[in-house]
Design a protein around this ligand. Structure first.
Ligand code: HEC
Length: 152
């Protein structure tokens, strides 16, 4: 049984994430929420560091690099079958699959903002990091406003 599951998971990865989610929507939704929790922690950590009178640049670099590495993974976290129809607690609205181009654009905008943040952080320019962090926050919000349920 276990071997079958592992094989199925390997095949799903090989075939593409939509197959993986069709196999196990609850696991996919949990992975997605865990991903966002981690992302949220990095953004919060960065924000707290920026509030300090002398932010630790090494910490800023670490958080910004993590955010930049995570951002491009977002579109693949939303395969068909993992929306409200899955019957599981999720903040993912049906609109994600109804307006895929708009959703992908919001994800791409956030990835661009995350990358700009990382470039600023690696340069060690705290003022530029602050500016970029503000833009990143806007990009998170833009997607949440359209595509995420407030309560779930
Ligand atoms: C392209 C759309 C999109 C972008 C960009 C986006 N999110 Fe989200 N976010 C979602 C959706 C949809 C959910 C609901 C996922 C679910 O419940 O299955 C979510 C959920 C979350 C959650 C809740 C996770 C949980 O279940 O506890 C956090 C925290 C979060 N996002 C933080 C962020 C942060 C911080 C950013 C920006 C750095 C961001 N998100 C950018 C769409 C997005």
């Amino acid at each position: 049984m276990k071997r079958v599951y592992v094989l199925a998971a390997v095949l799903a990865v090989a075939i593409g994430s939509s197959a993986a989610m069709a196999l196990d929507a609850p696991a996919a939704i949990k992975d997605r929420q865990d991903f966002y929790k981690d992302l949220g922690k990095s953004v919060k950590g960065l924000g707290e560091e920026l509030k300090s009178s002398s932010p630790n640049v090494a910490e800023l670099k670490k958080f910004a690099a993590a955010i930049d590495a995570s951002a491009p993974k977002i579109p693949a976290l939303f395969p068909a079958g993992t929306g409200p129809e899955a019957g599981i607690k999720t903040g993912a609205k049906a609109e994600i699959w109804q307006k895929p181009d708009e959703f992908k654009k919001d994800a791409a905008d956030m990835a661009a903002a995350a990358h700009a943040l990382n470039v600023a952080a690696q340069s060690g320019d705290v003022a530029a990091v602050k500016d970029a962090a503000g833009k990143l926050g806007e990009a998170c919000k833009a997607c949440h406003q359209t595509f995420r349920e407030k309560e779930h």
